[in-house]
Design a protein around this ligand. Structure first.
Ligand SMILES: N[C@@H](CCC(=O)N[C@@H](CS)C(=O)NCC(=O)O)C(=O)O
Length: 278
C-alpha cells in the first residue's frame, strides 16, 4: 500500500474480548489461537496481534499461563504449555492443526501466508528490501536486541531468564539507544524521500514491529494504549525507560510521529487488551 492510499483501522473487536484456556485452544482443529495475558500489552503478543490485524487474520485469544508455581497445587503453572509446545514463551500461536509457533519470524511468515486476500504484504518480495526488513526486525526482536536489553534494565524474574546481571544491565541502555538511533536514521533517510515507512514506499512488518516494540521506551497516549488494572505498573516502567538519559537523547519527534502514525492508521486503537480497564 502506498502513502497515498487510505487505510481503515475500524474497530472489529469487543472491548472485553473473551480468552479461552490453553486446553481449549489445543483441542481446537481450526482457527488461529494466540496466547495473551489479559490486560497487559506484552510487546511480542501485542505486535503479533497488530500483524494479524493488518493481515486481516481473526484471532482467538488464549490465556497465557503465568510464570511460577501455583500456590494451591504446588505445580509449575506453565507445565501444560511446556508439554504442548516444548517452550513457555508469550505469545504462542496455534493455527488449525499445524505445529505451534513461538518465534516472531515464524509467526510473521504464518500470518503473511494466511492473511486475507488484498491485505498488505508485510514481507517484501524484493529481496534487498526483504533482507533490510528482517535485518532491522532482528535487532529489535532478536537475541541481544532492543527488547531483550529493555528486559534486563532491571532485576526481575523475567530479566533473569534473559541473562540479567549487573554488568549486562549496565550495558543495556546503550544497546537500546543504539537501535532507537538506527531507526531514527532510517526514518530520516526515508523522510528525505517523502516516505513515512521504514523501507520502500509501503508498510512492512518492520513498521508494525517497531511501532509496537517502541512503546517500551516511548509509551503512547491513552487513546492508543489504554490503562488497565493489570498494565499500570508495566506502563510506568516503560515511561521510566523513556527517561534514561541515553535513551531519551535517542528518541526523536520522528520516532514518535512514526509510532503514532503506524499504530493509529494500521492497528486497532485504542488497543484492545481485555483485563480490567481503568
Ligand atoms: N520467543 C519469542 C519472544 C517472546 C518473548 O521473549 N516472550 C517473553 C515475554 S516478553 C517470554 O514469554 N519469556 C518467557 C519464556 O520464554 O518462558 C520470539 O523469539 O519471537
Amino acid at each position: 500500500m502506498s502513502d497515498s492510499e487510505g487505510h481503515s483501522n475500524a474497530k472489529r473487536t469487543s472491548p472485553a474480548p473473551k480468552f479461552i484456556t490453553l486446553d481449549e485452544a489445543a483441542a481446537m482443529k481450526t482457527g488461529t489461537r494466540v496466547t495473551f495475558v489479559p490486560g497487559i500489552p506484552a510487546v511480542y503478543a501485542e505486535a503479533l496481534k497488530n500483524i494479524c490485524y493488518v493481515k486481516g487474520v481473526p484471532l482467538i485469544r488464549v490465556s497465557h499461563p503465568h510464570m511460577g508455581i501455583d500456590k494451591a497445587t504446588g505445580n509449575d503453572r506453565q507445565a501444560r504449555l511446556y508439554e504442548l509446545t516444548s517452550q513457555t514463551g508469550l505469545p504462542t500461536m496455534f493455527h488449525d492443526e499445524e505445529r505451534p509457533r513461538n518465534v516472531w519470524s515464524e509467526q510473521l511468515a504464518l500470518a503473511e501466508r494466511i492473511g486475507a486476500v488484498g491485505s498488505p504484504s508485510l514481507i517484501p518480495n524484493e529481496i534487498e528490501l526483504r533482507a533490510d526488513v528482517f535485518g532491522l526486525c532482528s535487532v529489535i526482536l532478536g537475541e541481544d536486541g532492543m527488547v531483550w536489553n529493555m528486559r534486563i534494565l532491571i532485576d526481575t524474574p523475567l530479566g533473569r531468564k534473559y541473562g540479567y546481571s549487573e554488568e549486562a544491565s549496565a550495558a543495556a541502555p546503550d544497546k537500546v539507544a543504539a537501535v532507537v538511533s538506527l531507526v531514527d536514521r532510517r526514518l530520516e533517510e526515508q523522510e528525505q524521500r517523502g516516505r513515512r515507512y521504514l523501507f520502500g514506499n509501503a508498510i512492512t512488518a518492520a513498521d508494525i514491529y517497531w511501532a509496537t516494540m517502541s512503546i517500551t521506551v516511548l509509551p503512547p497516549p491513552l487513546s492508543i494504549m489504554p490503562r488497565t488494572r493489570q498494565n499500570e505498573r508495566t506502563m510506568e516502567y516503560f515511561a521510566q525507560n523513556s527517561k534514561i538519559p541515553v535513551i531519551a537523547q535517542a528518541l526523536s519527534p520522528r520516532i514518535e510521529d512514526h509510532q503514532r502514525y503506524i499504530l493509529t492508521t494500521y492497528c486497532e486503537t485504542p488497543a484492545v487488551l481485555g483485563g480490567d480497564p481503568l
